[in-house]
Design a protein around this ligand. Structure first.
Ligand SMILES: C[S@@+](CC[C@H](N)C(=O)[O-])C[C@H]1O[C@@H](n2cnc3c(N)ncnc32)[C@H](O)[C@@H]1O
Length: 296
């Protein structure tokens, strides 16, 4: 499959106007996938839509297609609750406190876009997927072992082999080892199509994945040694900055297994391999803070 020439695509101003955690390149990728790649055989899913940046990129893409979209509605998911780490950048000067709903802001941002759209408010692990085929799965919600395992079980079986794209927003950041473990479990069925620095990696589901593999919870069903071996394999499957990020992800995993000394040594080695890389430095610092906080 030729991945779209999305880097040549112009991002509309009404997409740029929405507050988002995504980079302009990530928004352009989503816009182009909805406009030029999706064919209506399956749904487009935006798992973790926050204030609507990703949703608006996808909705604008549906709006700007050559022919009217007749496929399933865009399906978006979020808790829509203010979290502490988002307050300074996104809610400064607002009366909203941690835990308050920002759903009205989301609704305001998506209101001008009239393509079919279903919003699922609440915990994605409880809501799950409705069972139809999924064509484009943008996943920006895998912030814990639990959510990762639940999404893997509920959504991934509905991807279409040979067709569906997984847009893994957090693959390129090194503090979420469950993502690298899940991708590694599915590795023989995937082909990586694109890599954006420190963030999104795009995978094509080339072949079906054994349902037993998708039912696996990497934390509950794999031994610590198996998890570390899989992470080593994931490191080998990456190069450049992404390789460093996945190695940092292994450092988190070592921390979870109580091997703090080995984790700190690995972090230093990664920094030495990527001198002057600000993203690696930020992720390395974040991993150290996480290790400290968890006492790992
Ligand atoms: C990194 S943000 C998404 C950024 C967004 N895609 C954008 O365009 O700015 C992750 C989102 O996942 C949501 N989230 C985290 N855990 C969730 C859960 N269990 N169920 C549903 N949403 C969840 C958070 O509320 C947050 O808005």
């Amino acid at each position: 499959m030729e991945l779209l020439a999305w880097r040549e695509v112009d991002l509309p101003d009404d997409v740029r106007a929405i507050p988002t955690m995504l980079s302009p390149d990530e928004l352009t990728l989503l816009y182009a996938l909805a406009r030029d790649h999706a064919d209506g055989r399956g749904a487009i899913v935006d798992a973790g839509c926050f204030l609507g940046g990703s949703s608006v990129a996808l909705l604008a893409g549906l709006r700007d297609r050559d022919r009217e979209w007749t496929g399933p509605p865009l399906s978006t998911y979020d808790l829509f609750r203010v979290e502490e780490y988002t307050r300074e950048q996104f809610f400064k000067g607002s009366a909203l406190k941690v835990g308050d709903s920002f759903r009205p802001l989301y609704d305001q941002h998506v209101a001008p876009f009239t393509s079919p759209h279903v919003v699922h408010e609440g915990d994605i692990t409880q809501i799950g997927w409705d069972g139809g085929p999924i064509d484009v799965f943008f996943v920006d919600v895998l912030k814990s072992w639990e959510v990762n395992a639940a999404v893997q079980r509920s959504f991934f079986p509905h991807l279409i082999p040979g067709r569906s794209l997984i847009v893994h927003q957090d693959y390129g950041w090194g503090m979420l080892p469950w993502i690298h473990l899940s991708v590694e479990l599915m590795w023989d069925s995937l082909r990586r199509l694109d890599v954006l620095p420190w963030a999104t990696h795009v995978f094509l589901l080339e072949r079906p994945v054994d349902p037993d593999v998708l039912a696996l919870d990497p934390l509950r069903d794999l031994s610590a040694a198996d998890r570390l071996a899989l992470l080593d394999r994931a490191i080998e499957h990456n190069e450049g900055e992404a390789r460093g990020m996945v190695a940092l992800s292994k450092a988190s995993l070592l921390g979870y297994s109580g091997q703090r000394g080995a984790a700190l040594e690995l972090i230093e080695a990664v920094e030495a391999d990527h001198p002057g890389n600000a993203s690696i430095k930020a992720c390395a610092d974040g991993t150290r803070v996480m290790l400290q906080a968890s006492g790992g």
